[in-house]
Design a binder for this molecule. Structure first.
Ligand code: ADE
Ligand code: ZN
Length: 326
């Protein structure tokens, strides 16, 4: 196995990271105290013990609950800065970060405070050598008109966004529903990604590509059930942003050794390793890579280098930045 420290020597891009999923239990308590928010947990240990999930939904329930402590622009700046510091230590040099605007506006926060706090953090990160951008991610289990309103409310700030995405509870909320929202995002000049094929079927991956115009698929591991889809992903070099620790914690697969990442890599699919919600799933990007080397003794250094290179290639960084990171 390769240690996290050795993996961290490889420059990588993190392409699948929910900023709210970097809220460590200590910070939940710190912000709860600062903002006078009550918590149904007695202590950090008590909260950590609740990190036992049986499905995506069981995780999402806790994830949305903990977010209530995030109240101000400054809270989002701190959250973002702490993530970028940790990511940097793990070799991440470029980060394309999801934020769930609707999870905050539904609680009465202003979308622009969230956006501005995260932009503050990215400015700090840029000074320290980590580039990146923000992905406005729509919650697929909330009404489509709400997603459209959220997008319109930030349309005048489109220049501060990199892309739009689609996340939250997947089964029963097919990408097709969001076709008009993504059409509008493209009109605004935004890039497009979408979660699909995590718990949902391979058919959702087809929809994300054909109806939403997704340029990358987040997770997408159930694509392995559909050989025609695999062929398309290979031919069109469509990246899958895989999250190994997440898949085990959310019981999408039974153990890391069952992860299809090496099969996908062998089949010529553009796969990348990412951390999804690292505060909840047991580690950041290099931890995920190191975990894979422990689970797959046959995984060679050259495969790690390939995964690191893929992450940069699959990013939306400009060609100059990509060249710097290679
Ligand atoms: N929101 C945060 N993490 C997520 C995941 N793994 N899948 C869908 N929505 C999410
Ligand atoms: Zn995700």
């Amino acid at each position: 196995a390769t240690s996290t420290a050795r993996v961290a020597a490889l420059p990588t891009a993190e392409l699948h990271l929910h900023i709210e999923g970097t809220l460590e239990p200590e910070m939940v308590f710190e912000l709860a105290a600062r903002n006078n928010v009550g918590l149904p947990f007695q202590s950090v240990e008590d909260l950590r013990e609740a990190y036992q999930f049986t499905s995506l939904q069981s995780f999402l329930d806790l994830y949305y609950e903990c977010m209530a402590v995030l109240q101000t622009r400054d809270d989002f700046r701190t959250l973002g800065e702490r993530y970028l510091e940790r990511a940097y230590e793990q070799g991440v040099r470029h980060a394309e970060i999801f934020f769930d605007a609707q999870a905050h506006t539904a609680r009465g926060l202003a979308a622009e405070d969230v956006l501005d706090g995260l932009l503050d953090a990215l400015h700090t990160g840029a000074r320290k050598g980590i580039s990146g951008g923000l992905i406005l991610s729509f919650l697929r289990d909330r009404p489509v008109p709400e997603a459209l309103e959220t997008l319109e409310s930030l349309a005048h700030r489109a220049g501060d966004l990199l892309a739009v995405g689609l996340d939250s509870a997947e089964v029963g909320y097919p990408p097709e529903l969001f076709t008009p929202v993504f059409a509008r995002a493209k009109e605004l000049g935004l890039r497009v990604v979408a979660h699909a094929g995590e718990e949902g079927p391979a058919a959702y991956v087809w929809e994300a590509l054909d109806l939403l115009g997704a340029e990358r698929i987040d997770h997408g591991i159930r694509s392995i059930e559909d050989p025609e889809l695999i062929e398309r992903l290979r031919r069109e070099r469509i990246p899958l942003t895989l999250c190994p620790f997440s898949n085990v914690k959310l019981a999408v697969i039974s153990s890391l050794a069952e992860h299809p990442i090496l099969d996908l890599l062998d089949q010529g699919i553009m796969v990348t390793v990412n951390s999804d919600d690292p505060a909840y799933f047991g580690g950041y990007l290099a931890d995920n890579m190191a975990g894979l080397t422990a689970a797959f003794p046959s995984l060679e250094e050259s495969a790690l280098e390939r995964l690191a290179r893929n992450s940069v290639d699959a990013s939306f960084a400009g060609s100059e930045r990509k060249a710097e990171l290679h």
